[in-house]
Design a protein. Structure first.
Length: 189
């Protein structure tokens, strides 16, 4: 099969990406309804998704190279199945509850105003990542690399400093309970 490439196009209100296109380069996807869609083996290079519903989309061997998601529903998407090669994704105003990033390297990732409730960030490399105003309630950080990451404005996280790499990671005083949770302390004030 020939590798069909779409470049510099905007797609609005799509309900399917099935077909012959295997690579999207510098494309925009706006208001697309793709819950449960099979996006396997498609590569998205420098693509932007706005107000799209990608809940539970299947992304087996899908490439996300400098992809950006704004105001999207990405609940339950298993990014661990995406291609590792040049993986890069940023999120703003997205719902990523129950999303799985297991073992993903996403250095410099940006999560802004996102809900990552019960997201799995186990064994991720999130060096230099920014979590700005994100709800990390019950998100799993286990053997996660958070070197120089910034969590100062995020909340509801529990991160064990003994189990994760936190060198020069930034927190505020309000985040201390989430760092000391395993000690079952009562922190007041």
């Amino acid at each position: 099969m020939l590798n069909h490439i779409e470049e510099d196009k905007t797609f609005t209100a799509l309900a399917s990406l099935a077909g012959t296109v295997q690579t999207f380069d510098n494309c925009m996807f706006i208001d697309c309804e793709l819950p449960g869609a099979d996006l396997s083996s498609i590569t998205f290079i420098n693509c932007r998704f706005e107000r799209c519903n990608l809940e539970r989309a299947v992304i087996f061997k899908t490439g996300f190279q400098d992809a950006f998601f704004k105001d999207c529903n990405v609940n339950g998407v298993d990014f661990s199945k995406a291609l590792d090669f040049l993986f890069g994704a940023g999120f703003e105003g997205c719902t990523l509850n129950n999303a799985i990033f297991y073992k993903k390297k996403n250095k410099g990732a940006r999560f802004t105003d996102c809900s990552l409730k019960e997201a799995d960030l186990t064994e991720c490399d999130l060096t230099d990542a920014l979590f700005a105003n994100c709800d990390l309630h019950r998100a799993v950080f286990s053997y996660t690399i958070l070197k120089n990451a910034d969590l100062r404005t995020s909340y509801n996280y529990i991160i064990d400093p003994d189990e994760n790499t936190l060198k020069k990671t930034r927190f505020t005083v309000h985040g201390l309970p989430g760092l000391l949770a395993k000690y079952d302390l009562r922190i007041e004030g």
